[in-house]
Ligand binder design. Sequence first.
Ligand code: BGC
Length: 743
Amino acid sequence: MKISSPWHTCLSGSAFLALFLAVSTSLSQAQDPRHKPAEPEWAHAAWMNKSLTADERADLVLKELTLDEKIDLLHGEGMPGWGKPKPNAYLGNGGAGFVLGVPRLGIPFIQMSDAAYGVRSSAENGRYSTALPSNVGAAASWDPQAACDYGALIGRELRAQGYNMTLGGGVNITREPRNGRTFEYQGEDPILAGTLVGNRIKCEQAQHVIGDIKHYAVNDQESGRNDVDSIIDKRSLQESDLLAFDIGIRIGDPQAVMCSYNAINGDYACENKYTLTDVLRKQWGFKGFVLSDWGGTHSTVKASEAGLDNEEPEDNFYGNTFKKAVQDGKISQAELNEHVHRILRAEFAAGLVDNPIRKSVVDVLGGLDTAQRIEESSIVLLKNSNHLLPLDKAGLKSIAIIGDHADMGMISGGGSAQVDPPGQPSAGWQAHVWFPTSPLKNVIAKAPTAKVQFASGSDVAAAAALARASDVAIVFVQQWTSEGMDLASLSLPDNQDALIGAVAAANPKTIVVLETGTAVTMPWVDRVGAIAEAWYSGSRGAEAVANVLFGDVNPSGKLPMTFPKSEADLPHPIVVQPPPGAQGASPVMHDGGAKPKFSVTYREGLKVGYKWYDAEKKPVLFPFGFGLSYTTYGYSDLQVTPGATPSVSFKVTNAGSKDGVEIAEVYASLPASAQEPPKRLIGFSRVSLAAGESKTVSIAIDPEYLSIFDVTADKWKLVAGSYTFLVGGSSQDLPLSKIVSIN
Ligand code: BGC
C-alpha cells in the first residue's frame, strides 16, 4: 500500500482519523492540547495488552493484516538521496529509511537512523547529535558500563530526534586492519567485541529503539564489498567472526540483524541460509528480524527462504515481486507470516508500540560529559619514556602544538557513521570532518603560564624550529578512514611521518597524539618521548586528551587490536582488490541470480589479530591489550576453580603513587589436541585501585569461551585436557599462569 498525502486521500473518515493519529504519533508527536485526539479504536485491542508476550501480541496483529499490509512491513520506503524519492518519502524522518507500520492497528512506523558513534544526518535535518569516541576507540576502555552509557546516549538522542530504530551496533572483527570501517567496530577479539557491542545494544534498546547488530557477516574489507565472496572454513567462522555476533546477541538481545553486502562461501550474506537460518535462527535462537544492508538484497524467493525478513531501503525484491511470489505459490503464506511476525514482534519487544516517539531536545551538556568520560577511559598511552608525561602544568615555560587543525579540532570517521559537528552544514559523503574540540585551546587552559604556540606542520622546517625553541612539542597526527574504502597502508598520510621525525629530531621531548581509525605504523617510534592513541575522539576529544597529558586523568585504555610493525606482517600483505568493473564502492543491485565476482580467502582462519602474531611468532609494534598508566600494577595469587563455570581469581596491586584503573586480562591456552592458536582472551575486568591498594578479582568464565566448534557435531565442545590460564596486563605481559586439567 502506498499512503498518499492525507490532504489528497479518499480514505473514509474513520480510516483517515486512525491513519492520521498513528502517522502523527510516529512522526512528530506534536502534543497540541487544542487538538487533543480522541482515543483510537486500537487503544483497547487485544494486542495492546502488555501482559501478553511480544510473540502473542505480534500474532494477534498478524491475524488482522491484509496481504498488502504484510508486504508493506517487508521493505523500506526509500532513503533521502537514494535514487528517485518514493511516493511515501514525505512520511520519513530524514533518516536512512523507514518501514510503514500499520497505523490503523496502532503499529508505528519504524524510523531508522544510522548511529554508529552518534546519530547521523543532524545537519540536513537541523538537529544536534553528540559524537562519541569511535567504536574501536571506546572498545579500548574494555568497559561494559561505558558501552552501556554509549548505547543509552545514542538511544536517547535517536528518540529525541524522532527515530525508533538504530542502525548502529557494528561488530565485524578486525581481520583486516586496513578496512576503512575498523573505527566502527570493536576490535579484533570476538569475546571483547561481542561483550561490548552486547552491552551497547542492551542499553540502547532499553530506550525503546529497535537495536541492530551489523554487518552480518565477514564484511571484513570495504574493497569490492558488494562483489566479494568471503571464503572461510566453518570452524574459523564460528569461533571468530560469528562468535562476536553470538555474544552480542546473547547480551544485547537486539531485535534486528543487518546482513552484509558481501557473500560468504558462495552465497550473498542476505540470502545465505547457513548464516541466516542455520546459525542465527536455529543455533542461536534469534527471534528478531533480519534487514538487508542498503541495496544488499539480491533476490526474492531465495532470500526469503534463506531468512531475510526486510529489504532496505527500497522494494525491488520485497514489494510487488514478493506479493506476486506469494500469490503464485512460490513463497508460502507461512513463510510470509514468519517474516511479518518477526518484524511485529520486534516492535513489541523493543517497546515501540507501548512507547510512541515523543520528540524532545537532546541533552547537549549531558552528552558532552558522557563523550568526554568515555574518551578519557579510551585513550591508550603507548609510550612514556623517562616519565615525560604527565606534563607539569606549572613548570613548563613553553609548549609547541603542532599538526593540521590542532588549533581548532579533532578528526572523525566518515561514511554512513559520520556525525555532523555543531555549527556546520553537512560536509557530504566521505568528507574529512573535524569536531570543534581544540587541542591548542585545551592545552592553553591547562598551562596558563606557559607560552603555547601553534604550527600546522605544513611547513616542516617551521614546525621543527618551533619544537626546538619549546620545552616540549605535542604533535597531533591524523589518519582519516571511512566506509566505502580501505587504506592502502597503515602509514600516516600526508607526510606526517616526516613531520614527526623532524620535530623529534629538534626536540626529543616530543609527544605524539594519534587521531586514527585503526592501527598505524610508526617509523619514528624510538625517536619520540611519548605516544598517546586518542582514536577519533568525539565531541570532547581535546578536553579528554588534555586531561590525560597533564595528569588530571590517569590513562587506563588498552588496545583492542594489535598494532603491527608493518603491513608485511599481516595475514594478507595487500588488501585483495576487486577486478575491473567490480569496484563495489557503492551498492549495486543484481537480478536475483547474483554471484560474487571475486573472493578473499581467509586462510589464516582462527588466527585473527594477536592469535596470528602469536602463532606466527611475529613481533609487533604494540600488542593487543597493551596500554600504560602513570602508576604500575602488580599481579599475584592466581587461583583457578574448574567446574561447570570455571572461575579465575587473582590479586591486583597498585604499586605506584597515583590512583588508577587497571584492565586485568585473562587468557587460556587450550590443550594441544584442540589445535588452537597459542592463547585466547577469556575474561577481563577494569579494576579501580587507589595508590598502594590491592584487590582480589574473581572472574567467572563462560565455558564456551574455553570451547572449540566441532564441525562434525555442528556444535561447541569442551576438549578434555590441560588448560593453561594466564593473567596479566597485556596479551604479552602475563605474569601469572596455572595449569588446570578439565575433563
Ligand atoms: C552501510 C550501513 C548503513 C546503511 C544505511 C550502508 O551503506 O553499509 O552500515 O547502515 O548504508 O545508511
